[in-house]
Design a protein around this ligand. Structure first.
Ligand code: MRU
Length: 353
């Protein structure tokens, strides 16, 4: 893996294909350094996903797709059977990197299915890369569409709260929840954002605040513990968050803390929206099938190198939680906004042309 200064096109392109390598912004270095790393193998990509150098559901979907394309392009196999075996073992390794966001599996499935279509090793390589690059371009177009649907829900002057980072840095660019906010701004309406810090990994302060300040969008940063206070004091008009997985029932998995923001929104009569592409929907699973990622205890016991909890204390560090459909006012997608009842309306949206 190689490190350079940020070379992403126009500042905040999270991941892109470059000359048989994958370049991505190393998000562990933000907000101090906007630095790009280069992955030369799919194992480099897998490690980058695991250590959160790249994170956010749509971004890890594209990273996994590009990882598989890297495996194809670097292969020395001479037959279809051999290269497909390599791709299948890379698929398993990439799939294991993080368990909760469905986009990871989606990205891998799309590239593997594309590769299966061709007979020659050269074509498999060429079309696997083309497919992954196309997915990265489509991600931006999808976020822009979704952003425009979401923008219609926001009034001039609204204050919108968001949790975690569902922005350019969680996608290839533009963002989902923050895509809605960018779209509102582009429409000429005035908007202010309240970003929660999002303990323990601080995606809100390190990433959301960073990218909104970078794009000169009005943003205030608050501790996670201030959400109830702000809502009770009528300082929030709407909430928009992203998602890592959405079930056909409308149950939404997203960053830990989302559920309590949704509960507080409900009790203060504040509309709580989820913005996500269709690739975040999992129409096959039930809540009992989903694995909530548990992350290292150091995320909780330390801030940087400083220990903030006693040695020996038991730690529980789930990275995601589940928000039930009755707390959600609408799910904003690139095909429109889904409103309750979700079971019926998710189905209708997927079946519509
Ligand atoms: O652990 P992370 O940083 O990958 O978690 C990210 C989130 O929970 C985001 O809100 C979600 O992926 C939506 S991103 C458009």
């Amino acid at each position: 893996m190689a490190i350079d200064h940020n070379s992403s096109p126009n500042g905040l392109t999270t991941i892109f294909w470059d000359n048989d390598s994958v370049k991505l912004i190393d998000q562990t270095k933000l907000p101090e350094k906007l630095q790009t790393i280069t992955c030369f193998t799919y194992l480099d990509v897998a490690e980058s996903i695991k250590r959160l150098a790249i994170r956010g559901a749509p971004a890890i979907g594209v990273a996994a797709a590009m990882g598989l394309a890297l495996c194809a392009v670097k292969s020395t196999s001479s037959t279809k059977a051999k290269i497909m075996d390599e791709l299948k073992s890379a698929y398993k390794i990439l799939l294991k990197t993080r368990p909760t966001a469905i986009n990871l599996k989606w990205g891998l499935d799309v590239v593997l299915e594309e590769a299966e279509k061709y007979e020659s090793v050269e074509d498999i390589k060429k079309f696997a890369v083309a497919c992954a690059v196309r997915m990265s371009q489509e991600d931006i177009a999808i976020n822009r569409k979704l952003g425009r649907f979401g923008s219609d829900l926001i009034k001039d002057g609204d204050v919108v709260m968001t949790h975690c980072n569902a922005g350019a840095l969680a996608t290839v660019s533009y963002g989902t929840a923050l895509g809605v906010i960018r779209s509102v701004k582009e429409s000429g309406k005035k908007i202010s954002v309240i970003a929660t810090e999002t303990r323990p990994v601080m995606q809100g302060s390190r990433l959301t605040a960073f990218e909104l300040v970078h794009d000169e969008i009005d943003v205030s940063l608050v501790p996670d513990t201030a959400v109830g206070y702000l809502m009770a004091n009528k300082m929030i008009d709407k909430v928009i968050v992203g998602a890592d997985r959405i079930l056909k029932s409308g149950h939404v998995y997203n960053k830990i803390g989302t559920y309590q923001v949704a509960l507080l929104s409900k009790s203060h009569g504040i509309p709580f929206y989820v913005a996500a592409p269709l690739s975040t929907f999992d129409l096959c699973s039930e809540t009992s099938d989903i694995t909530i990622e548990e992350r290292s205890v150091e995320e909780v016991t330390k801030i940087g190198d400083k220990r903030i909890a006693p040695a020996g204390v038991r730690i529980f560090n789930p990275a995601f939680d589940l928000t039930p459909p009755e707390l959600i006012a609408g799910i904003i997608t690139e095909k429109g906004v889904i409103v309750p009842p979700y079971e019926k309306n998710v189905k209708a949206l997927f079946n519509s042309p």
